[in-house]
Design a protein around this ligand. Structure first.
Ligand SMILES: Cc1ncc(COP(=O)(O)O)c(C=O)c1O
Length: 403
């Protein structure tokens, strides 16, 4: 009876598979099993002390009331300074919205714009929440497969082929969750040429992992590189990943005034302002010292190198070396059709992830959750020792499989 009361759209929404795997792993851990979870989407470092202090000061200073719905003027100004500093873009603080995490920026934008039957192009593999947010907003998510041969990145040819008269949005994410792939300036310029020819397509650019870069890679954002289309780009970012502030829930977006206005209207009738205290902390994050980011990147780069090397030593696994974020996306094509010591036949990446958790107690997320199989995602946002142990278990698991 009670399920029958749910909206029909709920049948189209899946709970986050990354959270489901993490929950399974937690349940096994609670039973006392030695589980290694490599499914987490957050840095393992703590929020820097100066940012925490700014929040404490805000509480003591009475910044405990409602703020402007779409963020404090101080924080929106700091975000405008960040766009100038990092991208050479001069933007108006009024064209910025601050939300409860990057997730709410994306969600507000989709709800504000999607009409029945509108299509949203999502290069796969994609971050798990995009398609479900599109469906919740009443649209149709259209996955565009971008496999390892194109470094998991959308190409101009694939984009041109996927655009239809119903295309409302393209979503781009660099560095990528789940692959770590980074779009170069040239990549973005080439995609921009296609987009210039399609003036009705909006572009949602998710820069959440902007600061997590390796091998001297440089970050570029679409509105900076292709200014001709900047008036239809929503640039989404936040403090969650770079500043180790996932729990603080602050994300922000910059876009055309008409869109930011509509998103703010939705926010005014749903959640109102993001936490005043978290906004004060985010202001310190953006304006304060940035040097810890480079120090974190040294750690992430070292872990990436180790994980990629060890995974490529596993029979049947191949892994590209990405230049950003804290994920790798190895292919498990070479183990399909094999059987585990417990007698489970591996027919998909889903089977692989389940058997790996069951037989070696390592939790990874199957690629089918991200729209491109047969792969799996490993988050290396955990200690070197844990990663080494996990890779050794994966290696032993792969070696134990029978043809
Ligand atoms: C690609 C991507 N975009 C957006 C987000 C959302 O970030 P937030 O925690 O600020 O809502 C995440 C979080 O995992 C992400 O991986």
């Amino acid at each position: 009876m009670s399920a029958a009361l749910l909206s029909p759209r709920m049948s189209l929404v899946k709970p986050s598979p990354t959270l489901a795997i993490t929950d399974n792993a937690k349940a096994l851990k609670a039973k006392g099993m030695d589980v290694i979870a490599l499914a987490q989407g957050e840095p393992d470092m703590d929020t820097p002390a100066n940012i925490c202090e700014a929040a404490i000061k805000a509480i003591r200073g009475g910044q405990t009331r409602y703020t402007a719905v779409n963020g404090t003027v101080e924080l929106k100004r700091a975000i405008a300074r960040k766009f100038l500093r990092d991208h050479g873009m001069t933007i108006a603080p009024d064209d910025v919205i601050v939300c409860t995490g990057g997730k709410q920026v994306l969600f507000n934008a989709l709800v504000a714009t999607i009409g029945e039957g509108d299509e949203v192009l999502i290069p796969a593999p994609y971050w798990v929440s995009y398609p479900d947010m599109v469906v919740l907003a009443g649209g149709k998510s259209v996955s565009v497969e971008c496999d390892a041969t194109v470094d998991f990145k959308l190409t101009p040819e694939l984009l041109a082929k996927a655009i239809t008269p119903r295309t409302k949005w393209l979503i781009l994410n660099s560095p990528s969750n789940p692959t770590g792939s980074v779009y170069t300036e040239g990549d973005l310029k080439a995609l921009g040429q296609v987009l210039i020819a399609h003036p009705n397509v909006l572009v949602m650019v998710d820069d959440m992992y902007e600061k997590l870069l390796f091998d001297g890679a440089k970050f570029f954002t679409l509105a900076q590189v292709v200014p001709e289309i900047a008036d239809r780009v929503l640039t989404v970012n936040g403090v969650s990943k770079a500043y180790c502030m996932t729990g603080w829930r602050i994300g922000y977006g910059h876009g055309p005034s008409w869109l930011i206005g509509a998103m703010s209207a939705i926010q005014s009738q749903s959640t109102s302002n993001p936490s005043s205290i978290s906004q004060a902390a985010a202001l310190e994050a953006l304006d304060g010292p940035q040097d810890f980011i480079a120090a974190h990147n040294v750690i992430f780069e070292r872990r990436r190198d180790m994980v990629v090397k060890l995974l490529n030593e596993c029979e049947g696994i191949t892994c590209l070396k990405p230049q950003g974020a804290f994920y790798v996306y190895p292919s498990c094509a070479g183990v399909l059709g094999k059987t585990t010591p417990k007698g489970v036949k591996i027919n998909s990446d889903f089977d692989f992830a389940n058997a790996l958790l069951d037989e070696k107690l390592v939790a990874v997320v199957p690629g089918s959750a991200f729209g491109l199989a047969p792969y799996f995602r490993i988050s290396y946002a955990t200690s070197d020792d844990i990663l080494k142990d996990a890779c050794q278990r994966i290696k032993a698991f792969c070696a134990s499989l029978m043809a």
